[in-house]
Design a protein around this ligand. Structure first.
Ligand SMILES: Cc1cc2nc3c(=O)[nH]c(=O)nc-3n(C[C@H](O)[C@H](O)[C@H](O)COP(=O)(O)O)c2cc1C
Ligand SMILES: C=C(O[C@@H]1CC(C(=O)O)=C[C@@H](OP(=O)(O)O)[C@H]1O)C(=O)O
Length: 388
């Protein structure tokens, strides 16, 4: 399975074409719309989310509620486009028109300045339109298709927020996937610890009040993972590496860890390795999951546990110093609108991004023309590996 996304943040619409989804998978617009609306919730977003009501249109690849095995095209309209039509016109415009909403003041921490230098733009809007996290709408749409496929194969994916602006959730030693889904969904900050939810909201409110922004850490958990996705045989077959790349591709993500992650540096080996036991019913299992479901770049059958750190949003109401690209004079940034915190939304994005990678890996490994055959093969493979 592969896909491309296209679309500018304030252009008419966002598009994706997904190729390689097996034929016969039940799929509806509602499956995707539910995912899109989950991404739009979350405490700390700015004015744009009040304008957008993301709904997908499926324009190819599905007939009578099931996939055809042909490319699936998904389209989401940008409601804000009506306010930007002349600014985002695809036609050539006069020099005077070109100046409308031109951006000459790069924001520290955003893609503006480097993008302008790299593509030789005289208007930094050409950078921000595509570097915007608006693009993650389509990544979630693709992930919704992936999640549907995974669910039918007995694989569940869930996400939650671990920290926001230094406020950390106190997590129980274990949660079921259903616990994570239910608790995160019930919380405006997608946090499992109801005791710190208000503190997280307060930190976001305080940052907003101060003209500042906050980041945080999100976690994605995948349950029902087959053993042996990915391979140690070659560096670019290591599946944890592929997930790390996908997580890092989410706007503003600065680091990724699996299981105990960076804490492994401070722990003795005896507290990091997961002991192996054999059970008549389940086959080989680990008594703990410190390694987050990976050994040798391969899934070991334990849940995948992956975390990502999101930096604070770069656009600040509190001015930071930068340079006007026309005059080279210093200036203090002025902002029209921005999010103060997008960590809850980012946890949803991470969930769908990871789901996409798991689906891709399964579709690479098994013959996947027809969904029912894929299902049979996976069931047989699970049984065979268990008996090893
Ligand atoms: C859901 C989400 C919403 C975001 N909203 C904003 C925003 O309103 N303003 C902003 O400056 N950056 C926002 N960002 C972050 C920028 O998109 C990101 O920092 C920028 O593309 C530069 O990329 P980098 O931070 O990965 O280097 C958001 C990111 C995500 C994931
Ligand atoms: C539009 C979305 O997020 C946007 C991501 C973003 C950025 O710079 O990344 C900047 C903001 O856009 P605008 O400047 O239009 O307010 C966010 O709202 C979205 O998540 O759908």
């Amino acid at each position: 399975m592969r896909f491309l996304t296209a679309g500018e943040s304030h252009g008419p619409e966002l598009t994706t074409i997904i190729e390689g989804v097996p034929a016969g998978l039940p799929l509806s617009e509602e499956d995707i719309n539910e995912a899109l609306s989950r991404r739009q919730k979350g405490y700390g977003r700015g004015g744009r989310m009040l304008i957008e009501k993301d709904r997908v249109r499926i324009t190819s690849g599905i007939r009578h509620g099931k996939t055809l095995g042909s490319p699936i095209t998904l389209v989401v309209e940008n409601k804000d486009w009506k306010n930007w039509q002349s600014v985002m016109s695809t036609e050539a415009v006069t020099d005077k028109e070109k100046l409308k909403r031109r951006v000459a003041k790069p924001r520290p921490g955003h893609a503006d300045l480097v993008g302008g230098q790299k593509y030789a733009f005289d208007d930094l809007r050409n950078v921000l339109e595509r570097s915007s996290a608006r693009e993650t709408t389509m990544r979630v749409a693709v992930g919704a298709v992936a999640k549907k496929l995974l669910k039918e194969l007995g694989i569940e994916v869930a996400s939650h927020v671990v920290t926001i602006g230094g406020v950390k959730a106190n997590l129980a030693p274990t949660y079921t996937l259903t616990d994570i889904q239910t608790l995160a969904e019930a919380s405006e900050v997608r946090c499992l610890d109801t005791n710190v939810e208000q503190q997280m909201k307060d930190v976001i409110d305080q940052a907003k009040h101060d003209g500042d922004t906050v980041g945080g850490v999100v976690e994605v958990v995948v349950g029902g993972v087959p053993i042996g996705l990915g391979s140690y045989t070659h560096w670019d077959n290591k599946f944890d590496g592929k997930i790390a790349q996908a997580m890092m591709s989410i706007n503003a993500f600065k680091g990724v860890e699996f299981g105990v992650g960076f804490e492994a540096a401070n722990l003795p080996g005896s507290q990091v390795m997961d002991e192996i036991i054999w059970d008549e019913a389940q086959g080989y299992i680990r008594t703990s999951n410190h390694l987050g479901g990976f050994e040798g770049g391969m899934t070991n059958g334990m849940p995948i546990i992956v975390r990502g750190v999101m930096k604070p949003i770069p656009t600040l109401y509190k001015p930071l110093m930068s340079v006007n690209i026309d005059t080279k004079e210093p200036y203090k940034a002025s902002v029209e609108r921005s999010d103060s915190c997008a960590v809850p939304a980012a946890s949803v994005i991470a969930e769908y991004v990871v789901a996409t990678e798991v689906a891709k890996e399964i579709l690479n490994k098994f013959e996947a023309d027809a969904f029912e055959r894929l299902k049979q093969q996976l069931a047989l493979y699970r049984e065979t590996v268990k008996k090893y």
